[in-house]
Design a binder for this molecule. Structure first.
Ligand SMILES: Nc1ncnc2c1ncn2[C@@H]1O[C@H](COP(=O)(O)OP(=O)(O)OP(=O)(O)O)[C@@H](O)[C@H]1O
Length: 896
């Protein structure tokens, strides 16, 4: 579909359906143009259209993907640095250095690209498992009955009638046929953060603003504001709808927007833990690398009076500092971890860096319902305004459930409605006809059904149920109960005004129920004269309070154990719920959450706080209750601002903003579509034990990345210090550029083994987060030790050898041997792993040491500018290495 100047659909691609969504067309005309009907397409029609218009997905440019991938790997800052250094070497005709740098870049890009392809293939296969479906109305035969069914989103075709409910992703561009309380998030398309209301319009008018100078209207922006159209890329925030599909795949506004220009991105969230740690460290290293060549040049010029001839050496030293394998190690370690999680725990990681963040997580926020409780509420009782058991209250509540579920055509009832519909009272709804529904939404926290009695069409009855505070604040009167009045006399002639004191008493009673761990719904009704306009939330006022219904929802079987396990891993759990504070605190106490969950902070309290005050309060509070979706997101953001790496587990539309705000958003596979699409990690079920396993795998994977960074930077830093010292005191270059680079390549290859290491559980007890400041202290300490070992080796070489070639050979050997030691001694979980056989690490270090000892005695030695070494060098080197290993082990022990 495309928008013409007059707001009518305009130019279409060859395989697009007839223009059908333009303003001015009635619903019937739209259906006619699409050759469709409100009962949906037949299966044969749907198949035909699928063949004609193609699958409903965004077009991909496959040919450029391979090239793009290589370009992306070259765009990595370390690779860019290497390329710059290679260019400098070529300019000064240092062809050897330039060649070796090219090899380094090629190896690192090839490994990274193949790793990414493998990781992407694996995650695409995993994503298939959580792919979204759409609910469509279809018929087997033209005269057959219409039935709703789930089909993969790709199979939705123009003319399909789709049913939308809370949390659904809008599968294509659609024209609304019917809607109840529908609001959609279309921020992906327009940048708006709040949901917008949508409703069917019989004859829509053109609202497209014209630009000056006879320019055509701006279709992408203006079209999105039509109330009767919803677009692919948006999701249902509340309410429900039926709609006919007018454009799919490449013909949708979203796809056209992408084809026309850069993809409209969601506003960038605050940097995640991964950005702060791995990326933060990378940028510090890049600054070091930039400083290295001028430093080397200046030191040589000042002490030895050398000029630009030292440039290749200075470049080689800077290359030596580069952790060019970092992207390869990160991709390999994280994709191995996520593959293992999928295989062993049925957990799907949708964004690889999120696995690192799961390992770094120290605060986990969860919703209450379904996470700590089973989300299988059972009606416990119903009482009138005076606290006396009263089945009439239950009947009103069940009447509300029945008509909200049916009139709003919700794909499935929510568990509270299901519980009410399962009671005997649900059978008593026969005396009413449904008129309209304002389904539940987590902002209003109430749901209203509008019904009428047969024969009394002129009067409508509003039946509202919801959270006690929200219902009571809309009530002005109180029902004086009469037996069996549901279906009897209305309006309540005996209703009395509801004063502030009585309202407070009723709220206290609701709180008392909540403190027993029960969920509480308040029920109210009102009578109105039937009017022509559709009902809106504005009509939910002047209600007559009828009574309370209470529910029991048992705690989840695994919750207590899982909370214990998370606490042992150093993770603080906080509960962010839309439910009553009393219910939430009671459940948390029964699960032994925290030392004592204390009092809950409510959404209203949060509203009264500025960001700083909330940050302080969020640190110490365990339970946040009566939260709207926005409150949940504010608390998560506050915790992140307080320096916590914060995860969020939730499954409903009310959890979306918080899922987006968290470092790691997690949801179960059964969550609403948009939650699955938004979150980073999809669990098999809403079970906290799966989070424990995700955390362990995250720590294992990022432990390996941390090992690489610690090992490579400590060793490289030591080398740079030693080279600066040697460059200043020796009459020749301590190591030829080619040697520096060959040694670098060998070290890189050996370190790849770190991505395959398996640090044992005992090493993963605390959240694992590489903080740039601590990391710098760590590598400075170990880098200095490494430099000390190198300088001691210079002393040995000065004593045992003569001339530059044996010196080069001696330092080459020592370097590879110290690197093998560093890999062995500085990797994550070394102490906990003692006694185990870490296969890949042992192989890699043995190989590195063997090459270090062998190269100087092979025919390669003269080519690399190396001479023969006397035996006494090896003996003295043994002493230096033993002292170095002891110092390393002792320092590590002291620091741990
Ligand atoms: N179908 C419904 N009809 C009317 N009121 C409801 C319905 N579902 C929930 N409520 C009320 O709205 C409140 C908030 O619901 P919401 O779905 O935001 O959170 P929750 O399910 O209680 O908790 P959590 O945030 O832990 O999942 C509930 O505590 C209840 O009082």
């Amino acid at each position: 579909m495309a928008w013409g100047r007059d707001g009518q659909a305009a130019v279409l691609p060859a395989a697009a359906p007839p223009p059908a969504a333009g303003p001015g067309l009635t619903r019937l005309e739209v259906l006619r143009r699409l050759d469709a009907g409100p009962r949906g397409l037949t299966d044969a029609e749907a198949d035909g259209r699928l063949a004609r218009y193609g699958e409903n997905h965004l077009p991909e440019s496959r040919t450029t993907r391979g090239l793009l991938r290589v370009a992306r790997s070259l765009r990595d800052p370390f690779t860019m640095m290497l390329l710059v250094l290679g260019a400098v070497s070529a300019v000064v005709a240092s062809w050897g250095t330039a060649c070796v740098i090219t090899v380094l870049v090629a190896v690192s890009c090839a490994l990274r690209t193949t790793g990414e392809i493998r990781a992407e293939r694996a995650s695409a296969a995993l994503r298939e498992l959580v792919a979204g479906t759409a609910t469509v109305r279809r018929r087997g035969r033209p005269d057959g009955p219409a039935a709703t069914r789930e089909v993969p989103v790709e199979q939705v075709v123009p003319g399909d009638v789709v049913c939308l409910g809370p949390g659904d992703l809008v599968p294509a561009d659609v024209r609304l046929l019917g809607a109840a309380g529908l609001t959609v998030h279309q921020g992906m398309l327009t940048g708006e953060s709040a949901p917008v209301a949508k409703h069917p319009v019989e004859v829509p008018v053109a609202v497209i603003p014209r630009q000056g100078g006879g320019q055509p209207p701006v279709p992408e922006l203006s079209g999105f504001h039509h109330p009767h159209l919803c677009f692919q890329g948006s999701s249902v925030a509340s309410g429900s709808a039926t709609a006919v599909v007018v454009a799919t795949g490449a013909a949708t506004q979203f796809a056209r927007g992408q084809a026309a220009g850069p993809r409209r991105r969601r506003p960038r969230a605050a940097p995640t833990a991964f950005d702060r740690s791995v990326d933060g460290i990378s940028w510090i290293l890049i600054r070091f690398m930039l400083l290295t060549p001028p430093l080397v040049l200046m030191a040589n010029a000042a002490v030895r009076g050398r000029g630009l001839e030292t440039l290749p050496f200075a470049v080689a030293v800077a290359v030596g500092m580069t952790p060019e394998m970092l992207p390869v190690i990160v991709t390999t370690a994280l994709s191995r971890g996520s593959a293992r999680l999928a295989r062993e725990s049925d957990v799907i990681v949708r964004r690889l860096p999120a696995l690192h963040d799961a390992g770094a997580m120290d605060v986990l926020c969860v919703d209450k319902t379904g996470t700590l409780t089973q989300d299988r509420p059972i009606v416990d009782g119903a009482a009138d305004p005076y606290g006396r058991p009263d089945p009439a209250v239950l009947r009103w509540a069940a009447l509300n459930s029945w008509w909200t579920v049916h009139l709003a055509e919700l794909p499935e009832p929510d568990p509270l409605d299901e519980a009410l519909l399962g009671t005997d009272s649900a059978a008593d709804d026969t005396g009413f006809d449904g008129v309209d529904a304002l389904p539940f939404d987590p902002e209003r926290r109430i749901a209203t059904a509008v019904v009428s009695r047969p024969g009394a069409w002129a009067r409508h009855i509003l039946v509202t149920k919801g959270a006690a505070a929200e219902v009571l604040e809309r009530c002005t009167r109180l029902r004086v109960p009469e037996p069996e009045e549901c279906g009897a006399s209305l309006p309540f002639p005996d209703a009395v005004p509801l004063d502030a004191a009585t309202r407070a008493d009723l709220l206290t009673r609701a709180a008392a129920h909540a403190e027993e761990g029960l969920r509480v719904l308040a029920v109210a009704v009102a009578e109105r004269r039937a009017g022509g306009d559709a009902y809106t939330p504005e009509d939910e006022r002047d209600l007559v309070f009828v009574g309370f219904v209470t529910f029991h929802d048992a705690v989840a079987d695994t919750a207590a154990d899982a909370l214990g396990a998370l606490s042992e891993r150093g993770i603080t759990v906080k509960v962010l719920t839309g439910d009553h504070p009393g219910t939430a605190v009671r459940i948390c106490r029964s699960l032994g959450l925290g030392p004592d969950p204390g009092a809950a902070v409510t959404g209203r309290d949060i509203d009264a706080l500025d960001d700083d005050a909330l940050t302080k309060l969020a640190r110490t509070t365990t339970v946040f209750a009566r939260c709207t979706p926005a409150h949940k997101a504010r608390v998560v953001t506050a915790l992140r601002r307080a320096g916590h790496t914060t995860g969020f587990l939730g499954d409903g539309v009310n959890d979306l903003p918080a899922l987006r705000a968290a470092d790691v958003g997690m949801c179960p596979r059964g969550a609403v579509d948009v939650a699955r699409e938004t979150c980073d990690v999809v669990l098999a079920s809403k079970d906290l034990t799966a989070i424990d396993r995700t955390v362990a795998e995250g720590r294992r994977s990022s432990g390996n990345v941390a090992s690489y960074l610690r090992v490579t930077i400590s060793s490289n830093l030591g080398n740079v210090i030693a080279m600066l010292v040697a460059g200043a005191i020796l009459p020749f270059l301590p190591m030829l550029p080619a040697q520096v680079l060959v040694q670098n390549l060998l070290f890189d290859i050996a370190q790849l083994a770190l991505a395959f290491d398996n640090p044992p559980d005992a090493a993963l007890r605390r959240p694992l987060m590489l903080r740039p400041d601590r990391f710098l202290r760590f590598v400075t300490a170990y880098g200095s030790l490494n430099a000390a070992a190198d300088i001691a080796t210079f002393g040995v070489l000065w004593w045992a050898t003569d001339g530059d070639d044996p010196f080069h050979a001696g330092w080459f050997t020592e370097n590879l041997l110290t690197q093998a030691l560093v890999i062995t001694l500085l990797r994550t979980g070394r102490r906990a792993a003692e006694g185990r056989t870490p296969g890949p690490i042992r192989l890699a270090t043995a190989g590195l040491a063997a090459i270090g000892l062998a190269v100087p005695i092979t025919p390669l030695a003269p080519l690399l500018g190396m001479g023969t070494l006397p035996l006494r060098y090896y003996a003295a080197l043994g002493v230096v290495l033993t002292a170095y290993a002891t110092a390393l082990a002792l320092t590590r022990k002291r620091r741990q």
